[in-house]
Design a binder for this molecule. Structure first.
Ligand SMILES: [Zn+2]
Length: 399
């Protein structure tokens, strides 16, 4: 195994070390790859809120070497959620550690005399498809956790069905979902979840299904099993879905209205939660507007417009005349104007009159082209069969 390596000295060493060439081709010493007698292989996940010291402690690296490793600096870019593998000698001396760095490289760190060597190699993944089902008891993420489904898959589900379901307000205890998704493995260990390939979501007794399909022009999208597009002109929810903000959405009465005549939907959410455009449009107004506080008015297609109020601030580039796309971040939740707590006031207007978006039939994006339908159906059929099987087994489980 040969890779380009850089010799990096810990950031603060008492005596200056001789500086070697920044890049050199070296062969990783075999000891670094084969654990010496008495050595252990430890694996630990770098959790949010943990220090690097905590992580190295979990990996069994002895203190003095751990503090030198922290000073090395390279670990400061470690993302929470990353799984780190370390070979550690019986006395706690690090032999070799590695983790997935960035999208597709494996970073190795190992001691070499009085310094550490750091290097990256391309990762070679194996991909397999996983199938999971879950029932919602408290939240989408709670259900995903219980079923061992990664966050990124839960967030994809909220995106895929975002034109049909408002994941902040519509989820109910007893809702359930099945999902077929890709998982990438490195050395037999799951390292990253990939795309949702097919999914079913049962919300308040109504079943939605999605199949990911790449059309003849190479454009991918989610479609219903009959070929209708799942992408709608408007997203149901104007907030970016995340683990933190989702906790607010499950509250029964998220916010008490203080307006005499309330004309929109209120989303209680932590300050700074990202607000997204529910549809393509042009910014008609972005600024201070009475009780709305900092507000954005988007002119969408036809006679539709949308209003986003009480914002803490606007996203970069949001000003009168700017074009935005569906899902684009336009601002951040605040409590400006007549608001007693942080929340987003969202209005959906037709010809200037506030309306309930749920009560209005909205146009969907283009379906699978007729000439491609046979190919689509041929592709979708085994996925639909898999969803049928999952639905049947979930029902059996519940009865
Ligand atoms: Zn409101």
């Amino acid at each position: 195994m040969v890779a380009a390596f850089a010799a990096i000295a810990p950031a603060t060493e008492p005596a200056p070390l001789p500086v070697k060439a920044a890049q050199e081709s070296i062969v990783i010493p075999p000891d670094a790859l084969v654990a010496p007698p008495g050595a252990y292989v430890h694996e630990a996940r770098f959790e949010r809120g943990e220090t690097l010291g905590d992580l190295l402690d979990k990996l069994g690296v002895e203190d003095s070497q751990a503090s030198r490793l922290v000073k090395l600096g390279t670990l400061h870019f470690l993302r929470p959620g990353t799984v780190v593998t370390a070979r550690v000698a019986a006395a706690g001396e690090l032999v070799h550690m590695s983790y997935l760095n960035g999208y597709d490289t494996v970073r190795s760190i190992f001691p070499d005399e009085d310094r550490f060597r750091v290097g990256d190699e391309p990762a070679s993944f194996e991909t397999s498809t996983l199938v999971k089902s879950a029932e919602i008891r408290s939240s989408l993420f709670g259900a995903a956790d219980a079923a061992g489904i990664p966050d990124s898959v839960a967030i994809q589900l909220a995106d895929v069905f975002g034109g049909e379901i408002d994941f902040y307000r519509d989820l109910r205890k007893g809702d359930r979902f099945s999902v077929v998704y890709e998982m990438q493995y490195l050395g037999g260990r799951p390292v990253r979840s990939g795309r949702v390939v097919a999914a079913e979501f049962v919300n308040k007794g109504k079943t939605f299904r999605a199949i990911y399909y790449v059309d003849a022009n190479g454009k991918g999208g989610y479609y219903e099993p009959d070929g209708q597009s799942l992408r709608k002109a408007f997203l149901r929810a104007p907030l970016e879905f995340s683990r933190i903000s989702s906790r607010f959405g499950m509250r029964k009465d998220p916010y008490l209205h203080s307006w005499r005549k309330h004309t929109g939907v209120d989303y209680a959410a932590p300050l700074g939660t990202r607000v997204r455009a529910t549809a393509d449009g042009v910014v008609e107004f972005a600024g201070r507007k009475g009780g709305y506080g900092n507000a954005i008015i988007l002119r969408n297609s036809g006679r539709y417009s949308t209003v986003y109020g009480h914002l803490r601030g606007f996203a970069h580039g949001i000003h009168r005349g700017a074009r935005v796309e569906q899902g684009e971040i336009i601002g951040f939740v605040g409590q400006t104007g007549w608001a007693t707590g942080p929340h987003l006031h969202y209005e959906f207007r037709i010809a200037g009159v506030a309306r309930n978006p749920l009560a209005v039939a909205l146009p969907a994006a283009v379906p699978v082209p007729a000439r491609e339908l046979p190919a689509f159906q041929h592709y979708a059929q085994p996925l639909v069969a898999q969803l049928d099987l999952l639905a049947a087994s979930t029902v059996a489980l519940l009865e």
